[in-house]
Design a protein around this ligand. Structure first.
Ligand code: PGA
Length: 261
C-alpha cells in the first residue's frame, strides 16, 4: 500500500518495500523528464538508487522515458580515484545507468576526483550547473548520520562544491565496496548544501530500517547543520520516498494523508 503525506512541508511517500519505493522514485524521475525533455537531473550514487536506475533502464527500453536530451550532474566523487577506477562514481554511473540508456555521455557530468586544481575544478562544476540552467530535479540518498552527498554533519548551509574530508563513519560504511578499509579514499569532492538547495525540486530516497533514525531526524528533528538532511526543510519542493522499514517511527502523515496526483 502506498501512503502519502506531508511532514513539516516535505511530501512523503511510503511504499511497502524497497522495490516499490524504487519504482516510485523512477516514476517521479520519468515524470520530470516527460514534463521537460531537456531537463537537468542531479544524480546520486550508493546502494540506495541502484534499483531506481534499474527501473529507469527498463522504462527506457520500453519507450516510457527518453534520455536523449537530458543532462546530468552527479553529487560527488572520491578524490584520488581516476575515472576508470572500479569504485569511482563515474564508473558506478556508467555501469548502473548511463551505459544502458539513450543518454549522450557528453552531457553526463561527475566531478573529477583527479583534477589537478581541485578548488578551480569545483568552481567550474558550479558554473557548468548554472550554464545548463540549474538542476531541475536532484536525487539524493541519506547517510546514517544525516549526510547528503558528502556533506557531513557540520557542513555549512551556504557550502558549495568543494573538497571535504569523509568522517570515520562514512569511511567505515563505504569500506564494503573496497578490498580493505585502508583503500577507501579519505577525501571527496561534493556539491555543497547550497548547491543542492538550489535545485528546483529534490527527491530523497531512503530504504531500510538502518536509515529510520536519520529519516526521523530529517523530518521531525531540529533544522540544524548537525543533521544536514534536516536543512532540506528550508526547500519548498522536496519529496521523500521511503520503504516501510525506513519510515520506521515516522508517523507518516499523522494519518492526514493528502493526494499528490
Ligand atoms: P547508501 O548511501 O545509498 O549506500 O546507503 C547513502 C548515503 O550515504 O548518502
Amino acid at each position: 500500500m502506498t501512503v502519502k503525506g506531508l511532514i513539516n512541508g516535505i511530501r512523503i511517500i511510503v511504499e511497502s518495500d524497497p522495490d516499490a519505493a524504487s519504482r516510485t522514485a523512477a516514476e517521479l524521475i520519468a515524470r520530470q523528464i516527460a514534463e521537460k525533455t531537456d531537463c537537468v537531473l542531479g544524480l546520486a550514487t550508493g546502494g540506495t538508487p541502484v534499483q531506481t536506475y534499474e527501473r529507469l533502464i527498463q522504462m527506457n527500453a520500453s519507450g516510457e522515458v527518453d534520455f536523449a536530451r537530458v543532462t546530468t550532474f552527479n553529487l560527488d566523487e572520491y578524490i584520488g580515484l581516476d575515472r576508470q577506477h572500479s569504485q569511482s562514481y563515474r564508473v558506478f554511473m556508467n555501469t548502473h545507468l548511463f551505459n544502458h540508456i539513450n543518454i549522450d555521455l557528453n552531457r553526463t557530468f561527475v566531478p573529477d576526483g583527479c583534477a589537478g586544481d581541485i578548488p578551480r575544478h569545483c568552481a567550474e562544476y558550479e558554473s557548468m550547473i548554472q550554464s545548463a540552467g540549474g538542476i531541475d530535479l536532484q536525487l539524493l540518498g541519506l547517510g546514517h548520520n544525516g549526510h547528503i552527498a558528502f556533506n557531513e554533519p557540520g557542513s555549512p548551509v551556504n557550502s558549495r562544491t568543494r573538497q571535504v574530508d569523509l568522517t570515520a563513519e562514512t569511511i567505515e560504511k563505504n569500506a564494503r565496496f573496497f578490498p580493505t578499509i585502508n583503500d577507501v579514499p579519505r577525501h571527496a569532492i561534493t556539491m555543497g548544501i547550497a548547491t543542492i538547495l538550489e535545485a528546483k525540486s529534490i527527491l530523497l530516497l531512503a530504504l531500510g530500517e538502518a536509515k529510520s533514525d536519520a529519516v526521523d531526524a530529517m523530518l521531525q528533528g531540529p533544522i540544524t547543520q548537525s543533521h544536514p538532511a534536516s536543512l532540506l526543510r528550508n526547500h519548498n519542493d522536496v519529496t521523500v520516498v521511503l520503504d516501510e522499514a525506513a519510515a520506521g517511527k515516522t508517523s507518516v502523515v499523522d494519518r492526514s494523508a493528502i493526494s499528490m496526483d
